[in-house]
Design a protein around this ligand. Structure first.
Ligand SMILES: Nc1ncnc2c1ncn2[C@@H]1O[C@H](COP(=O)(O)OP(=O)(O)OP(=O)(O)O)[C@@H](O)[C@H]1O
Ligand SMILES: O=C(O)C1=C[C@@H](O)[C@@H](O)[C@H](O)C1
Length: 164
């Protein structure tokens, strides 16, 4: 079977839903952000500060490639769709689910800035610009879009299983 990939903006629920799916389907769950932190021995914040975003994107792309063809659920980072090659890979080699949340919903979910999301540490206008710029990229990479606003996490996980 192709691996499952969860994509979506920061705060869309990739980590939470990935964990639930892993329990329900008894598949290993791979969180790409966690893998990068483990393999580089650096936090995402430190990587952005000292190495820059391009360096991080290279690591992210390598990580995605590594899990291609494996029986796993992959929770991606919010910007995995930035690179065309990764969008193509997600479409061709994964069952890819786009967890969609409105910008207003994400603002509510990420109200407490904990410093772990460097690209969220911006003005509201810049956050919105990034959000809008990425919508079409998620669409290109995904097989299904799942609306998450106002929905329980269990219900979202069940919908994904049903679609599989
Ligand atoms: N369907 C939902 N309803 C309400 N809150 C949710 C829902 N999904 C996720 N959240 C909450 O939003 C926050 C972010 O969720 P989570 O870390 O799973 O998102 P993420 O997409 O992995 O984010 P990031 O890419 O920034 O790491 C958490 O506090 C989580 O509990
Ligand atoms: O949306 C993004 O570009 C990011 C989201 C996070 O998951 C991390 O991958 C990192 O903070 C970048």
């Amino acid at each position: 079977m192709k691996p499952i990939a969860l994509i979506g903006f920061m705060g869309s629920g990739k980590t939470s839903i990935g964990q639930l799916l892993g329990k329900k389907l008894a598949y290993p769950v791979i969180d790409l952000d966690e893998q990068i932190e483990k393999n580089t021995n650096m936090t995402i914040g430190a990587i952005f500060d000292t190495k820059g975003e391009e360096w991080f994107r290279n690591k992210e792309e390598e990580e995605l490639n590594k899990w291609t063809g494996k029986n796993v659920i992959v929770s991606t980072g919010g910007g995995i769709i930035s690179r065309k090659q990764s969008r193509i890979r997600l479409k061709q080699h994964f069952h890819t689910f786009w967890l969609h949340a409105s910008f207003e919903e994400i603002m509510k979910r990420l109200v407490e800035e904990d410093g772990t999301r460097p690209l969220w540490q911006k003005s509201k206008e810049e956050r919105k610009e990034l959000y809008l710029k990425r919508e079409s990229m998620y669409k290109q990479a995904a097989h299904y879009m799942i609306s998450t606003d106002g929905r329980k996490k269990h219900e979202i996980a069940e919908e994904i299983i049903h679609l599989m």
